[in-house]
Unconditional design. Sequence first.
Length: 244
Amino acid sequence: DRLHYQKVVGEGPQSGWVSIKLKDKDLLSRLQDDLTQGDMGQRTRIWAVSDIHTDKAENLEWIKSLEPGEFCEDVLIVAGDVANTLDALKQALQECKQRFKRVFFCPGNHDLWMQGQKTGDSTDKLQSILEFCKATGIETSPGVVHAGDRRVLVVPLLAWHHPQWDTEPELEEWQDVPTVERTVSDYWLTKWPPPLRIDDGSVARALDNLNDDTWSDEEMRRERAAHDAVVSFSHFVPRIELNP
């Protein structure tokens, strides 16, 4: 007959215990019991953010400044590049989860950098991230969001930049142009087990193949038809024609 609470907004202690009954009298009642699913759904908003880079203290402070009570019925999409280190990524996602009803996430390139990782490789770090998300309720697989009487399918997609998508001609009129391996930090800040390599596109294909472990193409088409809208997201553009 006691309830442990944590303050979301307003005055009073941050947390504590209260009695919910006194003999046969209810002292507290659940607000949701008085609301219909439609009422709850009408209040649901879907927000999206990317590249929050919370290794920078001011970015993490911005997340902490968000008022939990304002977004407690909302959904947040985090499309990668949360932080360079695993500890900073975990802290940022937990801060988001405390402020939003649901959080969907897919990692970006910075999230798979090996900064702070003394062992393993980027695939190991990816697995650690996915396991953390599963344990803390951060959603990394497709899920249904009810917005009023509409059913919205939110689909996170694992991805990586694909060098073979660079169809532009070489800069033959310029001399001593640095190679992509020297200018793009992903080439030396990530680590991939053989035979995976960034330059031949095998890293991009390997991450894309992981999406098939969730749903097959047939299952995805069937689910798409069963919903009013689909919101898919990844850290990278999913089709070559979307490249600028």
